[in-house]
Each structure stands twice: as structure tokens, then as C-alpha cells.
Design a protein around this ligand. Structure first.
Ligand code: CO
Length: 134
């Protein structure tokens, strides 16, 4: 059911420093930083030949990654995102299997303008998983 790895998201305390590291030291192609106030983060996308890495820095009060950075002050892998063809069908099937969907269970428009939802890490080998409709 899950398809391509869409991105790996890394929470960072300083997105400018992290972007410079990926651009200058690792030689990757990086986007500009984009504030996403609806999602409480600023994002930078790193384009790799086979997938993307998404750098996330907290933005504003109550950012969804603030607690994660308190526990991981140097940053760390926050979630991985798999593509699915039909997000509602995927959700229904996974809920039937006993996996928990975060929030109210309804897909939301994510940072790429496509419907996304998040699955509880305790149900998925300790990994926060985002599903994005491809
Ligand atoms: Co994501």
C-alpha cells in the first residue's frame, strides 16, 4: 500500500546553520527557507536524486516540533513520509488494523499542498510516520 519515500524530516534548532551544512559541506541542492505559520515550522527542502530531506525549525508559539527539540537539542529525525494513492482508503485500512491516526483523524493539507496525516509512533516501531497522497 505505501509507495515512494516522499521525504525524511529532520528537526533542527537553527535552520540557517543546517541549510549551510547540507549546501556547503554535503554539496546538496537546497531550497530557500519557507515560513509555514499554519504548521508552526519553517521548512527547507533538500533535493536528492531519489527523495527529499525536509529541515524543520520551530516557528511561533506552540510549534509541533518544540517538544521534540527540547528532548533532542541538537536536532534529529522527526518523521518519515510515505506516499499513498488514496489517503482516506489508507487511513481506513490502517485504523482497522489498530493503528492510531493523530489529531481528529481527518487528512489535512500539508506543507506541499497535498492531503497528509500522521500515524502514532508507538504503533509504528517508534517512528512518527506521515502519509501523503501522491
Ligand atoms: Co513531512
Amino acid at each position: 500500500m505505501i509507495g515512494r519515500l516522499n521525504h525524511i524530516a529532520i528537526a533542527v534548532p537553527d535552520i540557517d546553520a543546517a541549510t549551510a551544512l547540507y549546501r556547503d559541506t554535503l554539496g546538496a541542492q537546497v531550497s530557500d527557507a519557507v515560513p509555514q505559520p499554519d504548521h508552526g515550522v519553517t521548512t527547507v527542502f533538500i533535493e536528492l536524486p531519489n527523495t527529499k530531506v525536509e529541515l524543520l525549525e520551530p516557528l511561533g508559539e506552540g510549534s509541533p516540533i518544540a517538544k521534540f527539540l527540547e528532548r533532542n537539542p541538537a536536532g534529529g529525525i522527526h518523521h518519515i513520509c510515505y506516499e499513498v494513492d488514496d489517503i482516506t482508503r489508507a487511513r481506513d485500512r490502517l485504523q482497522q488494523e489498530g493503528l492510531r491516526v493523530l489529531g481528529d483523524g481527518e487528512p489535512k493539507i500539508g506543507a506541499h499542498g497535498k492531503p497528509v496525516l500522521f500515524l502514532h509512533p508507538k504503533d509504528l516501531t517508534g517512528t512518527l510516520v506521515e502519509l501523503e497522497e501522491a
